[in-house]
Design a binder for this molecule. Structure first.
Ligand SMILES: Nc1ncnc2c1ncn2[C@@H]1O[C@H](COP(=O)(O)OP(=O)(O)OP(=O)(O)O)[C@@H](O)[C@H]1O
Ligand SMILES: [Mg+2]
Length: 252
């Protein structure tokens, strides 16, 4: 059975894209899962991190949502062993026309329905807001994985996440399982990281994942080489942490 997981947080810069592509590539390469990554953020960071020249794309998720392209036309097979439906900045220009389409919250869910038998995992990289694209990602997903960076603002962003989940479950009548809250950008030299991590544990209990993603230079550098952390620094702390995440998610 496929697991469709939205990687979501309304806060920017918490590691959503970093988690989407490293978790996806880890699942595909190390755990032999069939993985599709979907980038529904106009920043196009998932594709760019995989070394794809996203600004040159002729067809992308925007065209799929607007029914101007077929699934076959928008899915890219990547060298890293995952498939990808990419996006770029022109997705932002299409936000208003897409918001006016009938059934606008369900465009992605309906578009990817024929794919569900073809993959073990579909991971959706969300934009850092609660607009039509994030709602489409959440409505297309059964699960949500929430990266939270180890900052005070990261912690207070939790209430915005709760509000969004409430909106999706009540107003849009769609239930989501929480895969987990993932502590990211953890700096062991910094007391704030420990404090935020402890607060997340108190708040979320066992929904806080055991895996902790450290703040490392290698994780920051890897996208500029179009590589996952498993290629860029396979023996480092970042690769170990993302493999631990792969195992933790797989074992649920
Ligand atoms: N664990 C980490 N260690 C060091 N740098 C990191 C780590 N995680 C993410 N980064 C860097 O921080 C920046 C933001 O990360 P990322 O793009 O994954 O966040 P995001 O939540 O997807 O952001 P946005 O909300 O803008 O989409 C990037 O430059 C990324 O390389
Ligand atoms: Mg991102």
């Amino acid at each position: 059975m496929v697991r469709v997981i939205a990687i979501f947080n309304v806060k920017g810069g918490v590691g959503k894209s970093t988690t989407t592509y490293n978790l996806g590539i880890g699942l595909a390469r190390n755990n032999h899962q069939r993985v599709l990554l979907i980038d529904i953020d106009p920043q196009g960071n998932t594709g760019a991190s995989l070394g794809i020249h996203v600004w040159e794309l002729e067809l992308q998720i925007k065209d799929l949502l607007q029914r101007k392209a077929s699934l076959e036309e928008v899915i890219l097979k990547t060298e890293q062993g995952v498939d990808l439906i990419p996006s770029n900045i022109t997705l932002a220009e299409a936000e208003i026309p897409i918001s006016g389409l009938p059934g606008r919250e369900l465009l992605l869910k309906r578009a990817i329905a024929p794919l569900l038998d073809h993959y073990d995992y579909i991971l959706i990289d969300c934009p850092p807001n609660i607009g039509v694209f994030a709602i489409n990602a959440l409505m297309a997903s059964e699960e949500i994985l929430v990266p939270v960076d180890m900052s005070y603002l990261g912690l207070i962003g939790i209430s915005a996440i709760n509000r969004t989940l409430e909106m999706v479950t009540t107003a849009l009548d769609h239930s989501l399982t929480i895969t987990g809250v993932l502590a990211t950008r953890y700096d062991r030299r910094n007391n704030l990281s420990k404090e935020v991590f402890n607060s997340l544990g108190e708040y979320f209990g066992d929904r806080l994942l055991k895996t902790i993603i450290p703040e490392t230079v290698k994780l920051r550098e890897a996208p500029s080489f179009g590589q996952s952390i498993f290629d860029y620094d396979p023996k480092g702390r970042g690769a170990k942490a993302y493999q631990a995440l792969v195992d933790e998610v797989t074992n649920q």
